[in-house]
Design a protein around this ligand. Structure first.
Ligand code: GLU
Length: 492
């Protein structure tokens, strides 16, 4: 492929950027970078009724957060702008006029009620919802059925109208999808789609095709939900006499329980759908990128961890899955843990600080960093550090299961004895705290486990964590002794 590859991400600003949208953007970005091509952002804001003001900014920020830099777009400029469809309406109008002149499109005056009435009138058991198409158009109010003077009279009178594409029946539309191979649609199944709406705005189909052509897009990479629109687009390319771009339709994102991952079933399974929720929940951008890249694509080997630039190398559109890609939130969290591991203690501390301080009040930065360094390997999210509040304050509760299992009749006595011996241990290092415990075990004839598990419960309130003696050193001598004594008193 030459270096003239141009792809675009063309979201509609109708709400917060969806995780599936980000995946589409990512695959387009990878494809562009891999071919030394151009990655365009185009805002498809022609549906005034669904327009959400903050959505465009959310799209831009979400893409920036994961590092998908665009080459051309509303903020970036470029030679084929403007990059918002609402600023290109004259262009669509001109193109509609072109299709009207060439007989590929026609003006229609039918109201929504009249179209409903037609459906009611013409429906059959085989065809319960007839389309506005070659079979029905001659029974409707349009430039094909009304004479030219009447059409002109209505237009002059300011009557509302739409422009429809005249789809010829009995033909087969074919295209080769880069992911799914040859695809064919019968034109009998395609309606005379509206190109220009009565508010003067183009529909998605018209604007999308006009812009992909005007912006010299070579590859249209988008979600599978757009596959049924593609024959309409191919017909439009034909009507304009333009060669269509290559198409690649990405597999749907499936819910873990099967079926498409809809907002509704995602909510039920507590899977966030908006990118902004992933940001808010403390996901690392690298983890989300890595996870999304593998959601519908695989490198063909065992590798799982990829940075964005490694993905540019490894990605291949041909290896994209044809069938749905199942969303696995546990896998995403695993990736997150992997990337948290790559952060420095300073970075972890920075991310975790707000949560930690919310829980335990102001903390000493150096101490927080030391805790981050110790807990590093065990975190799924940087903010999980706040769960280890015992590094900053005495535990107020003790894990119940842990107590049942580990707190024995001799535990209180052993805790007091350990506390006494630590009083005498001036060094209070990992080595010394361990040596003191071992000696205590020997002297008391108690196994190591008999001491270390209650010590962990007494000092942290939990049963798991980082190495016991490193943990004690960070908790500090005074606090350790105090906690051991308190637990002995409280738990008996
Ligand atoms: N505006 C469409 C969307 O919201 C674009 C689909 C396409 O890429 O053609 O996804």
């Amino acid at each position: 492929m030459s270096d003239s590859v141009r792809v675009r991400f063309a979201p509609s600003p109708t709400g917060w950027l969806h995780i599936g949208g980000l995946r589409t953007a990512l695959y387009n970005y990878l494809f562009a970078r891999q071919h030394g091509g151009t990655f365009v952002l185009r805002i498809e804001d022609t549906d005034q009724s669904r327009y959400v003001e903050e959505a465009e900014q959310d799209i831009v920020e979400s893409m920036r957060w994961v590092g998908l830099e665009v080459d051309e777009g509303p903020d970036k400029g470029g030679n084929v702008g403007p990059y918002r469809q609402s600023q290109r309406t004259d262009l669509y109008r001109e193109h509609v006029d072109q299709l009207l002149a060439s007989g590929h499109a026609y003006v229609a005056f039918d109201t929504a009620e009249e179209i409903d009435a037609m459906r009611e009138r013409l429906k059959t058991p085989d065809n319960p919802s007839p389309k506005y198409d070659a079979a029905t158009r001659m029974q409707m109010m349009n430039a094909l059925t009304l004479d030219a003077d009447e059409v002109q009279r209505r237009l002059d009178a300011g009557e509302e109208y739409v422009v429809r594409l005249k789809v010829e029946p009995g033909q087969t539309v074919r295209f080769d999808d880069l992911i799914r191979g040859p695809v064919a649609f019968e034109t009998d199944t395609v309606d005379d789609q509206v190109l220009l709406k009565s508010d003067g705005f183009p529909t998605y189909h018209l604007a999308n095709v006009v812009d992909d052509h005007a912006m010299q897009i070579t590859h249209v990479i988008r979600g599978e939900e757009w596959l049924p629109s593609t024959p309409k687009h191919v017909l439009l390319y034909d009507a304009f006499g333009w060669p269509p771009p290559a198409f690649a339709h990405l597999p749907l994102i499936m819910s873990p329980t099967g079926g498409k991952l809809s907002k509704r079933n995602a909510d039920k399974m507590r899977i966030p759908v908006s990118v902004k929720d992933y940001i808010a929940q403390g996901y690392e951008p690298e983890a989300l990128v890595n996870f999304l890249a593998l959601l519908g694509w695989n490198p063909g080997d065992e590798r799982e961890l990829f940075t964005l630039s490694e993905l540019v190398e490894a990605y291949s559109i041909e290896r994209t899955a044809h069938s749905g890609a199942q969303f696995d939130i546990d896998k995403l969290q695993w990736f997150n843990g992997q990337y948290v591991r790559e952060l420095s203690p300073t970075e972890i501390a920075e991310r975790a600080r707000p949560g930690v301080e919310e829980r335990v009040g102001p903390v000493d930065p150096a101490h927080l960093e030391a805790v981050a360094a110790l807990m590093h390997e065990r975190l799924t999210f940087a903010h999980n550090l706040a769960d280890a509040a015992y590094f900053f304050q005495d535990p107020t509760t003790y894990d119940e299961q842990g107590l049942k299992k580990r707190w024995k009749d001799d535990s209180a006595g052993l805790m007091r004895a350990y506390a006494d011996r630590l009083e005498a241990d001036d060094t209070f290092t990992e080595e010394s705290t361990e040596a003191v415990m071992r000696q205590l075990g020997e002297d008391e004839g108690a196994g190591f486990g008999r001491i270390i598990h209650p010590v962990r419960l007494a000092t942290t309130g939990t049963t798991a964590g980082a190495g016991m003696f490193e943990t004690l050193v960070l908790i500090g001598r005074e606090a350790t002794i105090r906690r051991l004594r308190r637990a002995a008193d409280e738990l008996g």
